[in-house]
Design a protein around this ligand. Sequence first.
Ligand code: ADX
Length: 393
Amino acid sequence: MQNARGQVTSILPHGGTLVDRVLRGPLRDGALRLAETLPCIPLSEAAISDVELIAHGVVSPLTGFMVQEDYESVVSEMRLPDGPVWPIPITLDVSDDVAESISVGDQVALCDGERILAIMEVHDRYGYDKRREAQEVYGTTEDAHPGVARLYAQGDVLVGGPIWLLNEIPDGRFGTYPRYPVQTRAIFAERGWRSIVAFQTRNPIHRAHEYLQKTALEMVDGLLLHPLVGETKSDDVPADVRMRSYRIVLDHYYPADRVVLGVFPAAMRYAGPREAIFHALCRKNYGCTHFIVGRDHAGVGKYYGTYDAQRIFDAFSPEEIGIVPLRFEYAFYCKKCGAVVSSKTCPHSRDDYIFLSGTQVREMLRRGEAPPPEFTRPEVAQLLIEAMRDREE
Ligand code: ADX
């Protein structure tokens, strides 16, 4: 995109155009009246997130749920049929009963309980092989993997077609934070930022995260701190607690004019490498130029190699990804260096490092013990201890 003087003012969305599938004004009123007469497809929490992502252009160039041709191409080639890179199926599953009541060519309402969210034109209705999708997208068919478990629990039929959002998805808990690409793009333009690094996270910010963000920030104009606030697995720290932890570190340790805290309303898939590409493309749509990919990005358990989510970017040309992945080694605190380091920057040995696993940290917090300040800022430790206590009461 260019301004009047021909200067580049922001990065192009994936596929070239920022999708907007939100109906407004009289068009919306008419569509809503129609939707009230249509069969209703009940949406899961993850599907509601997908409706929101599609409608607000987070997953541009998608304008609806994938038809079979898109789905097959994405699962096997990591591309949409007309070429753009796309690593993750965005599909709408229905039960056999619901599937039988719908025909290609129908319009249907997409609902959250009783509430109509969107209208969809059904272009396709098809069966799919869940085990194949699991293997290709998640790299495993084991249902111990949370993304695979969710896939196996889906209905056996997928319906695809373009959607229009009719009622906004309430963003009650995080209403004050920018949520959609048009909002972040406007903020970046207003601040005059030309280069912006995005940081995806589903965890409270620890010192290693802070190190990655600040190292990246040395090279660009601004940081979009972009926690995922959609569905996560039950032992991840809840989004509202995480948001409070981000506010705390930002208030104490970051320059306010260099950081935007937004929310990323996607569900977590735990698809490791493929999800890293997905996360990067979405952040391109939010207007970011760079994207941090560290150790085991979007991973879970031992399903992916430490740097698989970085290597997958090599399968594509930089132009077709269109956002620069900033690859970071495993970072940790070294007592001899007195700093957060990685094997690229520190010559010392394991005995000098402070390593804590997620399980160890959870145990400490449960006992009311703060992890060391080399691992977590004390203000964050305090918040997490209190949140853990509230949760268990
Ligand atoms: S994720 O599922 O969103 O990837 P998390 O919030 O833990 O989980 O990580 C956010 C980002 O920080 C990811 O890019 C991840 O690879 C990176 N990261 C987390 N911890 C470290 C670490 N100790 N060293 C290097 N990168 C890390």
